[in-house]
Design a protein around this ligand. Structure first.
Ligand SMILES: [Zn+2]
Length: 162
């Protein structure tokens, strides 16, 4: 690599959680009011998990299951945003910074729009860049997501190393 040139790597993350009554609905640590919330070993924050995998994938240093195994009792009901910050510390220690992050969250309810900027800002703060986008979609009543029984998140992230 010629000196002075930067290297860029892209990473993709995807996650899905079931939605059940009696659980919180969290996106990047932001709680949205909804009849159902995400089921999982940790707090099941679907967006935080997808972003962690996008970061780790771009840096080429494994995945969320390796870093934070869901068989580990310490991660039971644990908040996922501190895990995202930990993953980002790991990514930074390899010399990377985030160029930008783009995300899509698909669920039938709740509507993301009123919370979108808060969610976006939470991710921007954690990743030390303002170049973050979050979009909300529905599945038009089709499949488990469309029936309100699941939520899916996709994240794509570009990293740069000088
Ligand atoms: Zn997850």
């Amino acid at each position: 690599m010629p000196s002075g040139r930067s290297m860029q790597h892209i990473g993709l993350g995807r996650d899905l959680h079931r939605l059940v009554p009696g659980r919180r609905f969290l996106l990047a640590g932001v709680e949205l009011p909804n009849e159902k919330g995400e089921l999982g070993h940790s707090d099941a924050d679907v967006l935080a998990h997808a972003v962690i995998d996008a970061l780790l994938g771009a840096a080429g240093i494994g995945d969320i299951g390796e870093l934070f195994p869901d068989t580990e009792p310490a991660f039971k009901d644990t908040a996922s945003m501190p895990l995202l910050r930990k993953a980002f510390e790991r990514v930074k220690s390899h010399g990377w910074r985030v160029v930008n992050l783009d995300c899509v969250v698909t669920c039938e309810t709740p509507k993301l729009l009123p919370y979108r900027e808060t969610i976006r800002a939470a991710l921007a703060d954690a990743l030390e860049t303002d170049a973050v986008m979050v979009k909300g979609k529905t599945n038009e009543g089709l499949d488990a997501i469309g029936k309100g029984d699941a939520v899916e998140a996709l994240a794509i992230c570009l990293l740069e190393k000088l």
